[in-house]
Write a protein that binds this ligand. Structure first.
Ligand SMILES: *Cc1c(COP(=O)(O)O)cnc(C)c1O
Length: 359
């Protein structure tokens, strides 16, 4: 029996995608081998990667003058690759600090340049996003970096910063494909795959073409955006099986009606859980209403001594991976695209039962 998996990542995949991959495991479309066994330069795999990229572009409505690169090393590698690829002649970059992932990006960037933290929500434990009129961007910065969904703190941007001329760089790892995005407002968008795209192992990078010329000479070739763009992300062997599964996820998303349709489902799922938490005296969520993430919902039991019992009971009902991140504690339910409303209803029903048995 499959459980309801609330993991923050690697996360649940749509069941139809897993079934299709199982069917095609031994023999992909009559070619007598698994996708895992194919040459990455052969006809069959070329058709798989081209279809995956075309569907990704269609889903996000990516303009012609943006390249989509498939890299490795995860979003964490990007923390170094962003400055390496974007600094050019400059030596300063702006960052907004809204949580644990922003902090990691800032720490890594400091190895390569001077980092201005132009706004931070650390003063209130990362439970809000500082209003843009209080940011102090440097017009000389090479770029401005934000994390548009903080997976650990559960804080999400529902607006796009407008106050700077420098390229806007966004870590969208944990909410890409959860709703439509106006790509043209960004210089670079990146996302590790294992939250809302597919299996771990690929990083999607969407980069405006005029930004491909700024890499430091020391940038390794496989991480050099311009070189990878020229090689169609095949400078070295890409993670072929992960790309294939991501492609199946994109087909599934298109079948669901695309991102506008999936956004409505994500709103319904998140509202159901937040409404229950807010109405309860037993549980709470500390994040400001205007920036509560639809994808990652941390919540706490007012009596923390009950945490172990809560998690044990949840496991017994097939509601798994609800333990909060160690730096925040408490609980966290991640409701990515693949999480069904039935899963959220089952969680709410359990939370209600658990509360009743304690009070
Ligand atoms: C998970 C995550 C990362 C790290 O991704 P890796 O693939 O493990 O490198 C970075 N940023 C955000 C917002 C994430 O959710």
């Amino acid at each position: 029996m499959r459980v309801f998996n609330f993991s923050a990542g690697p996360a649940a995949l749509p069941e139809p995608v897993l079934r299709r991959a199982a069917q095609e495991m031994l023999d992909w479309h009559g070619c007598g081998m698994s996708v895992m066994e194919m040459s990455h330069r052969g006809k069959a795999f070329t058709s798989i990667i081209e279809k995956a990229l075309a569907d990704f572009r269609q889903l996000l409505n990516i303009p012609e003058h943006y390249q989509v690169l498939l890299l490795q090393g995860g979003a964490l590698a990007m923390n170094a690759l962003i400055p390496m690829n974007l600094l050019g002649q400059k030596s300063v970059a702006d960052y907004v600090n809204t949580g644990e992932w922003s902090k990691k990006s800032i720490q890594e960037a400091r190895k390569y340049c001077k980092v201005n933290v132009i706004a931070s929500s650390e003063d209130r434990s990362f439970t809000y996003i500082p209003a843009e009129d209080r940011w102090q961007p440097d017009p000389e910065a090479a770029y401005l970096h934000i994390c548009t969904n903080e997976t650990i703190g559960g804080v999400e941007y529902f607006w796009v910063p407008q106050g700077t001329e420098v390229p806007l760089v966004a870590d969208m790892s944990s909410h890409i494909l959860s709703r439509p995005v106006d790509i043209s407002q960004y210089g670079v968008i990146y996302a590790g795959a294992q939250k809302n795209i597919g299996p771990a192992g690929i990083t999607f990078v969407i980069v405006r073409e005029d930004l491909l010329d700024r890499a430091l000479p020391i940038t390794p070739s496989v991480f050099h955006w311009k070189e990878q763009a020229a090689a169609a992300s095949m400078l070295n062997t890409p993670p072929t099986y992960s790309i294939y599964i991501a492609g199946l996820v994109f087909e599934w998303l298109i079948d669901q009606g695309g991102l506008a349709a999936i956004e409505q489902k994500n709103i319904a799922k998140a509202e159901r859980l937040y409404a229950f938490i807010d109405a309860s005296e037993f549980y709470y969520n500390p994040v400001e209403l205007s920036c509560r993430s639809r994808m990652n919902i941390p919540f706490f039991l007012r009596d923390e001594r009950l945490n172990e019992a809560f998690l044990k009971g949840a496991d017994e009902r097939g509601l798994v991976q609800l333990k909060g991140h160690r730096v925040v504690g408490g609980m966290r339910a991640s409701l990515y695209n693949a999480m069904t409303i039935e899963g959220v209803e089952a969680l709410v029903a359990y939370m209600q039962d658990f509360q009743q048995h304690q009070t």
